[in-house]
Design a protein around this ligand. Structure first.
Ligand SMILES: Nc1ncnc2c1ncn2[C@@H]1O[C@H](COP(=O)(O)OP(=O)(O)OP(=O)(O)O)[C@@H](O)[C@H]1O
Ligand SMILES: [Mg+2]
Length: 287
């Protein structure tokens, strides 16, 4: 049964027109601002619009997307090191048919693999390029060297903050770090837990204006997600709010945000050379 599903998937993939795949890293300065909830529900909102988004848990050590989805992944990224395992074997199905890859015991371990193993791992991930429209990496709290490398290697960075000053200050610190390493990195802001439309808009405008003024860096505003008690309720139910409360304020705002995202694609997006380009950059930053 498993083999049959695998063959079917491989065949389907072969018949599909190749897609431009964007590698998107979701990050924040301060922890607990809602990155994982955003990544999960944003991926579902994109899928609702027919955009094939795959979710990738790269939280360094404390993976928790599976808990938010109420699933126990059978395989994770490290299983790719086994000779007989292909990427289709580690692609798990989550709620709403969301395709998902578990990071396993943490990406730190993966980044410490020797070059041959790292090459094998990314070589095996390569079929995802052209299969998905977007691969969304959910990173952990705090600005570690590992997550910075991830950000600098991806096609774009979605930086999540709440409207609270400590979160905004830490988000600005991330922008500064990215700027000092590669000012060409595409950074897009998401304000999570906005208490009004006005607050959502004003927070991102202020942060983008500061980045422009002090760093001369163009940071784009992707949008905001409303603060909504139904998010907490869904977290407790271990179900994505976008599926259990599709008409909630949070779901409606994430749907708007997905539309902005889809409307903003341009030719320069998704053209970084796929996983090979990603790996080349990542390896360059590690060594
Ligand atoms: N839009 C929202 N409205 C209300 N509460 C929210 C919203 N988004 C997130 N939360 C609350 O914030 C908590 C933390 O969210 P989440 O786990 O997604 O943050 P995180 O940034 O991924 O955390 P970490 O840095 O630990 O990875 C959730 O459990 C939920 O209670
Ligand atoms: Mg998280």
């Amino acid at each position: 049964m498993h083999d049959q599903a695998k063959r079917l998937r491989e065949r389907m993939q072969q018949n599909q027109p190749s897609r431009q795949t964007r590698l998107v890293t979701v990050t924040s300065g301060k922890g607990g601002v809602g990155k994982s909830n955003f990544s999960l529900n944003f991926a579902l909102a994109l899928r609702e619009r027919g955009h094939k988004a795959i979710l990738f848990d790269v939280d360094l050590g404390l993976a928790n997307l599976d808990v938010l989805m109420g699933i126990t992944p059978k395989r994770n990224l490290l299983h790719l090191l086994e000779a007989e395992t292909s990427v289709w074997d580690i692609l798990e199905k989550g709620p709403g048919d969301l395709e998902f890859i578990a990071g396993g015991s943490g990406f730190t371990q993966i980044l410490q693999l020797d070059t041959a193993k790292l090459d094998l791992l990314f070589h095996k991930l390569d079929p995802l390029y052209g299969y998905a429209d977007a691969i969304i990496f959910d990173t952990g709290a705090g600005i570690s060297q590992e997550s910075l490398r991830f950000m600098l290697s991806s096609d774009e960075v979605i930086l999540v903050t709440t409207p609270e000053p400590p979160a905004i200050t830490d988000a600005y610190a991330v922008i500064k770090m990215i700027h000092s390493r590669n000012p060409q990195t595409k950074v897009r802001l998401v304000i999570n837990r906005a208490t009004s439309d006005q607050e959502g808009r004003a927070t991102s405008e202020k942060l983008a204006a500061v980045a422009k003024r002090f760093l001369d860096m163009d940071v784009s505003k992707l949008g905001y997600v409303m603060d909504d008690h139904l998010v907490t309720k869904a977290v407790k139910q271990q179900r994505p709010y976008f599926l259990v409360y599709p008409q909630s304020q949070a779901s409606r705002s994430i749907r708007n945000l997905a539309d902005v995202y889809l409307g903003s694609s341009d030719e320069s997006m998704g053209s970084s050379g796929g996983f090979k380009g990603f790996l080349t950059k990542l390896k360059g930053l590690i060594r």
